[in-house]
Design a binder for this molecule. Structure first.
Ligand SMILES: NC(=O)c1ccc[n+]([C@@H]2O[C@H](COP(=O)([O-])OP(=O)(O)OC[C@H]3O[C@@H](n4cnc5c(N)ncnc54)[C@H](OP(=O)(O)O)[C@@H]3O)[C@@H](O)[C@H]2O)c1
Length: 378
């Protein structure tokens, strides 16, 4: 990795969105003895109390705060502005209208940055912002806009121009760069993220795990949820640990300041091969994709909440409601796009970050992690 590291006397991280997949991975990575820029003091923010699976020893302070609330954010974070050196922005407020996404997410980020820069002795020197490949595809989940979108060609490159549609990623980038007199920033663009949490709004692996477990229990075939195109064409994914490593690297490396980087595993796969891995991990029969058979995941899972409740109860799992921890609609929609979803990792490597993850080999360890956290059964 790039060695031009800034010597920080006291690094104090504020992870906003600490209970999401990347939030947990980031707290773990920052607390490693070998963490770049460390040793780190780590503060974490989210709205709800920490779930029992969250290792609270990773945090020096947990702050329960809704960053949409300007007054509370100011009251709670301003006194910490003389300590916090780095903000890692991983919070997400998701709505089907992109205009609402722009408004809510911008307000949350502005509230936090205003609170931390409001005092003359503010220590804030760097903000990392995690966004994603909708940078290159546009607001695909906005039903009024999605049919008008023309995505950029794959592999997606950081220098591609913005698309002419509202996009909360653009709004957040503009907010952090508007503070360039006060602190540096780095932008981290993820593909679909693979990690372990029950507090993530879009959790593909947990959604697929619950779908597989329900199929296994009820003896339904574990059918593919996307289309023939994604079954056969190349895709990429982003490992939560890799995202954490890239964000830490950029936050303490001079050359990476004020840059945007894609952050994907660095390899590609087809969903056909990944489906075989899932079948092995969950011990369900592999069913080849059949275009003639129409299958709607949302429709199929609509009445399966009781089955999940029974799995949770019988296995003494951490209590979750299927509707709250899965994202079947967004997942099926995304895997029915007719695009090769592949990012270029060249810029990141050229700037000195060489991290990677082996996508197909990473699935089983993440599923095992969900099992250890008692979010899914052993
Ligand atoms: N998930 C993916 O596969 C994926 C893929 C590509 C890009 N991205 C992008 O990555 C960014 C982060 O998303 P993510 O999926 O990593 O996040 P996530 O896993 O859904 O985690 C969101 C975190 O933010 C907290 N949070 C939500 N609203 C909050 C608020 N008002 N105040 C304080 N904390 C709040 C949540 O906890 P509480 O709910 O308890 O507050 C949680 O800890 C987003 O821009 C997203 O679009 C995600």
């Amino acid at each position: 990795m790039e060695q031009e590291i800034i010597n920080q006397k006291t690094s104090v991280a504020l992870i906003v969105g600490v209970t999401g997949m990347v939030g947990v991975a980031l707290a773990e990575a920052l607390k490693k003895a070998t963490a770049l820029g460390g040793p780190w003091t780590v503060y974490g923010v989210s709205r709800r109390t920490l779930p029992p699976w969250f290792p609270s020893s990773l945090l020096d302070k947990y702050i329960m705060l809704d960053t949409l609330n300007k007054e509370n954010t100011n009251k709670i974070l301003s006194p910490l502005s003389t300590q916090i050196t780095h903000v890692f922005w991983l919070a997400l407020s998701f709505h089907e209208s992109e205009e609402i996404n722009v408004s809510f997410n911008s307000t949350m980020l502005s509230n936090v940055l205003n609170a931390l820069t409001s005092t003359p002795n503010s220590k804030l020197c760097h903000v990392t912002l995690q966004t994603g490949t909708k940078q290159y595809m546009g607001p695909i989940n906005d039903s009024a806009l999605s049919s008008q979108l023309v995505p950029h060609d794959a592999p997606f490159k950081e220098e591609y121009p913005r698309l002419p549609f509202p996009n909360f990623y653009y709004a957040l980038e503009d907010i952090v760069t508007s503070y360039q007199q006060s602190f540096t920033c780095s932008i981290h663009r993820a593909s679909i993220i693979i990690g372990a949490s029950s507090r993530s709004y879009f959790n593909t692996l947990l959604s697929l795990s619950i779908y597989a477990l329900v199929c296994k229990r009820e003896k339904y075939p574990f059918r593919y949820v996307g289309n023939k195109y994604s079954w056969e064409h190349f895709w990429d994914l982003s490992d939560a640990t890799l995202l954490a490593e890239q964000q830490i690297w950029a936050s303490v490396t001079n050359k990476a300041k004020n840059q945007a980087f894609n952050c994907t595993n660095g390899d590609v796969f087809t969903w056909k091969t990944l489906w075989k891995v899932l079948c092995n991990v969950f011990d369900v029969e592999f069913v080849p994709f059949d275009e003639k058979e129409k299958f709607d995941l949302v429709d199929f899972m609509k009445n399966k909440g009781d089955v999940w409740d029974a799995i949770v109860e019988e296995n003494g799992l951490y209590k979750t409601k299927m509707e709250e921890v899965t994202c079947f609609g967004a997942l099926a929609f995304t895997l029915k796009l007719k695009i090769q979803h592949v990012c270029s990792m060249n810029k990141s490597r050229e700037f000195g970050f060489y991290g990677y993850a082996n996508t197909l080999a990473s699935i089983e360890p993440w599923v095992e992690r969900l099992r250890q956290m008692k979010i899914i059964p052993k």
